[in-house]
Design a protein around this ligand. Structure first.
Ligand SMILES: CC(C)(COP(=O)(O)OP(=O)(O)OC[C@H]1O[C@@H](n2cnc3c(N)ncnc32)[C@H](O)[C@@H]1OP(=O)(O)O)[C@@H](O)C(=O)NCCC(=O)NCCS
Length: 229
């Protein structure tokens, strides 16, 4: 499934082309070989939190392992946006079911493999920081559990390369993800976003998400948003 940005109505270009001048972006399922490119965009976008756990510069191996696994479980739910040259300029990581993704990981013993690599130093993990983050994540999961949605589809992560931001790339990724969820008859998609993340909120609101509540972790408040694909 692919999705492209819609140009403004006055734009002479064809529907399906991005509205930015000089470049056209297209979104579709990510190829396994593109996962390191998506991770590089993640590490750029979330540099400080990645460096907190994976050192400076943050090492990508753990993320590559986990995301490659997630892509293998549901290949059409991990999307890449590409530019004219086919370079990855953004990604979106969704799941039609958080619990099914978790069960697949346990069935395939993936956490054991990751734990072994982690303790043998393959990921460069800074343990006290990773454990603090893990504890925070647990309290977050507990507090966010109060918002029940139809099913447990979730938009887990999205980012675009800094050099293409503000040109509609996240918009085409979210729309492509929603089209995929429609094809799977998913009735509701949920995400969490920080209140001060204005660009992300703009994308979500533009693609139909609405706030259903707020939750928090040690880092502050999260807005819980949902949409019917
Ligand atoms: C959030 C993110 C994915 C948006 O990607 P993008 O490709 O720039 O998104 P788009 O171009 O489709 O849309 C960006 C929107 O934010 C608006 N925007 C951009 N910067 C802004 C700013 N500083 N203040 C207010 N609005 C801003 C744009 O005008 C646009 O809204 P519009 O279409 O209504 O005009 C990108 O900024 C990013 O990767 N951020 C870091 C990672 C992140 O925060 N991910 C989301 C976690 S919930």
């Amino acid at each position: 499934m692919t999705e492209e940005a819609s140009p403004p109505r006055t734009d002479p270009r064809q529907p399906g082309e991005a509205s930015s001048i000089g470049a056209r972006f297209v979104a579709g399922p990510i190829d396994a070989r593109e996962i390191p490119d998506a991770v590089a965009i993640f590490l750029e976008a979330f540099h400080d939190s990645a460096a907190y756990v994976y050192g400076e510069p943050p090492r990508p191996e753990a993320m590559i392992d986990v995301w490659s696994f997630a892509r293998s479980v549901e290949p059409d739910a991990f999307l890449a946006a590409r530019d004219d040259d086919g370079a990855v300029v953004g990604y979106e990581f969704l799941t039609t079911s958080v619990s099914a993704l978790r069960s697949a990981a346990i069935r395939r013993l993936a956490p054991l493999r990751w734990a072994w690599r982690a303790v043998t130093g393959r990921y460069g993990i800074i343990w006290p920081h990773a454990l603090r983050l893990f504890a925070n994540k647990l309290s977050f999961v507990r507090s966010s559990g109060e918002f029940r949605t139809h099913g447990d589809a979730q938009l887990l992560n999205i980012a675009t390369a800094a050099r293409v931001r503000g040109r509609g790339v996240a918009g085409i990724l979210v729309r492509a993800g929603l089209a995929y969820l429609r094809s799977r008859s998913i009735s509701e998609l949920r995400l969490e976003v920080r209140p001060d993340n204005v660009p992300a909120r703009a994308v979500y609101e533009r693609t139909g998400f609405a706030e259903v509540g707020r939750t928090k972790d040690a880092g502050g408040e999260w807005i819980v948003m949902t949409v019917r694909p």
